[in-house]
Design a protein around this ligand. Structure first.
Ligand SMILES: [Fe+2]
Length: 504
């Protein structure tokens, strides 16, 4: 392995930090690495060709007040695969907020667990305003650039898809909606090259929906009428429609009047799914009512005749009960652990001709953070690969493959003390079968104080990883990831796998 340290950031976190989401598997890094010719155990497939990217909440300063694990500074990890070899890069996302806090040597904004009026800066980002845009939530590849995003709507920060060098903010030829930003999970349709997105806000319009084309132009942007402010986290799409949502998890209106933001689940309100033509006008959206739940992530949607089928994770207890004497951190952990909100894979059906709708749970297994072969995005898919969670913690301890054709599930449990990430699907070049693909994830191993990328055969996860790729240091646990084939990366064919950073 050839390793170079290419950067370090100032951290003012104390040596004896005891925060449960800044220590142990969540201990943040300060170092930026460039490592080539990574050491591989097992057989790294010659035809695994592209990059696995994962974003990470990686805090650098003690929070003002309470820290929530969704708000650390963004750090993107990249593991590139080419000709049976692998390289690694990691870079902080150099957001406006990160640079300001590096200059100040302390936190300037509060997170979602604190009142906005406690912030040292009066400006900020996010659906409620006054938040720090940490760009640490998701990562996608659109038009040959890596884009990192912020869970409560912010800028999209662009990075080079091989070196992770910063490439500024997405601008869309001057049309990026700076006043409202883009939410956590913009959706890239690999068939059209379009990116679909929404933003939401405490002020009307409470939701906007938009489309960016394959030339980076904002070609569609419409306000969506909602009864009040909502907290949508994700959306999905079919070949012809975008699927938006109005879920009964909303900010407490009375507290909002006093400048505080607390999400409450309303069991007496329906889940509403909104179906709008991908370039549809605001009044073309059609809403369908379902059982109340909160859905953090959808996996996919597609059309079957007049029906729209949507798949995602139905939370059977979106507002889990906690002991009256629970500490803030115990309460917070319960709200973000998979066994707390009890998310199960679920399908919703809406008939555009008759207006009929139905829904069904696909499994008893509790999973979330499901990924599919993205070539099936907007079209029918059979397999969903999702994470299992450590009880009571926001940590992944394994992987489940759901087969929706047979109902079969296969689990792979990571060893005790090893924690995974969202697992991305890398289709084999020229593959015709949906699961003729590799799976890639990144793990944090507390037993060996190390991290690695794991590669599985998508069709046989029970066999365990076929290759383990060592990274230069243990990286913090993290969640959202994506896969980009080399064919989607400009200049990839000229890349020297052993000197990736030097040649681009
Ligand atoms: Fe998410």
């Amino acid at each position: 392995m050839e390793v170079e340290i290419v950067g370090r950031m100032l951290s003012t976190l104390p040596e004896d930090d005891d925060h449960p989401y800044r220590t142990g598997p969540w201990q943040p890094q300060t170092t930026e690495w460039a490592a080539d010719d990574l050491v591989v155990s097992g057989d790294l497939p010659e035809d695994l060709d592209g990059v696995y990217l994962r974003n990470t909440e990686n805090p650098l300063h003690p929070a003002i007040g309470r820290y929530h694990p969704f708000e650390g500074d963004g750090m993107v990890h990249l593991v590139g695969f080419r000709d049976g070899q692998a390289f690694y890069r990691n870079r902080f996302v150099r957001t406006d907020a990160l640079l300001a806090e590096q200059e100040a040597g302390e936190s300037l904004w509060v997170g979602l667990a604190e009142r906005p009026d406690k912030a040292k800066r009066r400006d900020g980002w996010g659906a409620r305003g006054h938040l720090k845009d940490s760009s640490s939530t998701d990562v996608v590849v659109h038009n040959g650039q890596v884009l990192s995003s912020f869970y409560e709507c912010g800028d999209l920060y662009a990075l080079d898809p091989v070196t992770l060098e910063p490439r500024g903010k997405a601008d869309w030829h001057g049309d990026f909606p700076r006043d409202r930003g883009v939410s956590a999970h913009p959706q890239v349709d690999e068939h059209t090259g379009e990116m679909l997105f929404f933003n939401y806000n405490a002020r009307a319009p409470y939701l906007n929906y938009g489309v960016v084309d394959d030339a980076d132009r904002l070609v569609h942007y419409v306000p969506i009428d909602l009864p009040g402010p909502r907290l949508p986290h994700d959306m999905t799409f079919t070949e012809n429609y975008a699927i938006l949502n109005d879920l009964p998890m909303v900010w407490d209106a009375k507290l909002m009047e006093r400048g505080a933001y607390l999400a409450r689940f309303h069991r007496d309100l329906p889940t509403r799914l909104g179906v709008i033509p991908r370039r549809g006008a605001a009044d073309e959206i059609r809403w369908f009512d379902f059982d109340p739940t909160y859905v953090l992530h959808w996996t996919n949607a597609w059309e079957e005749g007049d029906e729209i089928v949507v798949e995602g994770f139905f939370q059977h207890d979106p507002e889990p009960s906690v002991a009256p004497d629970a500490s803030y951190y115990e309460r917070m952990s319960r709200f973000i652990s998979l066994d707390g909100f009890q998310s199960r894979l679920h399908r919703w059906r809406m008939n555009l001709a008759t207006g009929a709708c139905s829904e069904e749970s696909l499994t008893d297994s509790i999973t979330e953070f499901g990924m599919i072969n993205a070539q099936h995005g907007g079209r029918p898919h059979r397999y969903t690969y999702a994470a299992t969670g450590v009880p009571g913690r926001f940590l992944f301890n394994g992987l489940t493959r759901h087969d929706s054709a047979t109902g079969d599930e296969v689990h792979y449990a990571l060893p005790d003390g090893v924690f995974g990430s969202e697992t991305s699907v890398a289709p084999r070049p020229g593959a015709t079968a949906e699961d003729d693909a590799y799976l890639v994830t990144m793990v944090t191993d507390m037993n060996t104080d190390s991290s690695s990328a794991l590669v599985f055969h998508a069709a046989d996860i029970a066999a365990g990883p076929i290759a383990t790729v060592a990274l230069p240091e243990r990286v913090s646990s993290g969640t959202h990831s994506t896969w980009a084939d080399g064919s989607r990366i400009p200049g990839w064919s000229d890349l020297d796998p052993l000197g990736a950073g030097a040649t681009i």
